[in-house]
Design a protein around this ligand. Sequence first.
Ligand code: MSP
Length: 643
Amino acid sequence: MTEGTFYVTTPIYYVNDKPHIGHAYTTVLADVLARYHRLMGRDTFFLTGTDEHGQKVQKAAQRNGLAPIEQCDATVVRFKELWKKLRITHDDFIRTTEKRHTEVVREILQDLYDRGEIYQAEYRGRYCVHDERFFTDKDLVDGRLCPECRRETEELVETSYFFAMSRYQTWLIAYIEAHPEFIQPDFRRNETLGFLRRPLGDLCISRPKSRLAWGIELPFDKDYVCYVWFDALVNYISAVGYRRDPAAFARRWPAACHLIGKDILTTHTVYWPIMLKAMGVEQPRTVFAHGWWLAGADKMSKSLGNVVNPMDMADRYGVDAFRYFLMAEMALGQDAAFTEELFITRYNNDLANDLGNLVSRVVKLTAAQAGGVVPAPGAPAEAEAELKENVLGAVAAMQASIAGMQIDRGIERAIEAVKAGNRYLDKTAPWKLAKEGNRERLATVLYHGAEALRIISGLLAPVMPERMAALRRAIGLAGEAVERIEIEELARWGGLPPGAEVAESGALFPRITPPERAAAQAPAAAKQAAPAPGAKPLLSPERLAQVELRTARVLAAERVAGAEKLLALRIDVGGAERRIVAGIARHYAPEDLAGRDIVIVANLAPAKIRGIESHGMLLAAADGKTLGLIVPDRPAASGSAVS
Ligand code: MSP
């Protein structure tokens, strides 16, 4: 039965390219929701996976000189690695090339065909051979040119198979209107209803193998493969036992919450419900469409070079800080900006200042004033009652925010509780109590500070599992209590056992210093006379080991508009491309640089220089007059370590 079950899905991702922030976001969101629901004791199932058929994947394979399945096998690893790194706790990972999926799709197709829900007809349209796509008349430029490449399109008539969607239009409108929780947020429901105001056509679900061979063959016509969306959507049920394991299926379906990005709303709120209806399967409980991450005010796109790489962010600032930013910064449903500045500001405010500070105060005071042991509290006074009310209020708010799909609000409220904890310490001034020798009051205050942290760490654990486990160990929790968190214990004050030994470890969230504009300073440095060796402080080997020097190959270079000293370089570092801005324009012409090997500081935090994100710094020797690139003496593969 579905009572109490929570089945959350992400879109299955195309394997034509490496994962980006959009993929990371939905998957972290699903993970956080799944972790909260588990914490609340619900039967939870979390599915993610990859969408491996269709033109995008076939084309990527061709580009990379691979067979399509090799392309899939190579890329799926990158997704799986990223999920491991981001601490994603999915229960299953489905690939649409797996037999458990393809066979179910074929059975569904056959069944729909047998019952006349799929029929054969002629498809007539304008086709662009170059882009391999059909366009409707209204898309065409000058009535005949391809809107993508402006080449001449041709009239093509093709036998195709259609899914009879139009006959369900009236039903779908009525269903959406009768089930307000089906499409969320509200404005997305209105968007779908708006779309359904126009007549709905039938959906062409076949592609002739002559044009696209990479897909699931239609069981009733071996010359065709299935349209990729018709195949992909089925993953949500093929993964949980549809047509294979009725008991397992009944346990998960229809309690599904499909998380999607706003761009795939129509496929999920028009095609998918109608497919299910035609199959005679119940509708999923909710389709929730989130907004997009933008690079500042702009769309992220490969051609603009502003796509955030989730791997890099997690490497640079830590996985949990990255997860926290994604969840706290985006109001679910709306678009949000992702910039390094916003990231650092939020991290420093919420995590380093508020939460990190509270932890360090409680742990240090307990270590210094109570022998490192959480003391048994005395009778609570008004300040304690106030703190308790605030923290327990945050627990209730978090539960409501999860149910209402407003995670950012729950997090904000948890940070409010952290602030209340810091205010409590300011007000009760335990350091003064220690000086005055007021041991009982001191014990009460230290206990309450630590108890507030026990609850807050539990509340934020689904967002930052590793850092919150560290926090829980720091306040003396051990064994199962570190990671096994249950809502009942969070909603009850006094769960921290007195006598727990606190552990002073390094800062939980060390403050981030905003990246220095190192590259921008390069031209200024070049002007200075060579400083005397030894002018800077001595470096320990540990500090030196933090600097990552690598070789890189310059792919292209160009001048930076309005900055006569700067060149923007596109470089390859061990197969990954990035940009750096360097103050070398007075010494090198852009055309002299392409193809050259250079040495860079590879782990310098990225900084925006004249609107261009510069990631790394090239090394050059400068004596004030001339400047020369530091280059490897013998050829070395791009990305080689320099030591
Ligand atoms: N394969 C289809 C989904 C099939 S589901 C049955 C697909 N794959 S995708 O890899 O192209 O995109 C996956 C998701 O990434 C989409 O939900 C999309 O909205 C999301 N995002 C892509 N760029 C994004 C941002 N910049 N920000 C947030 N999410 C974005 O579509």
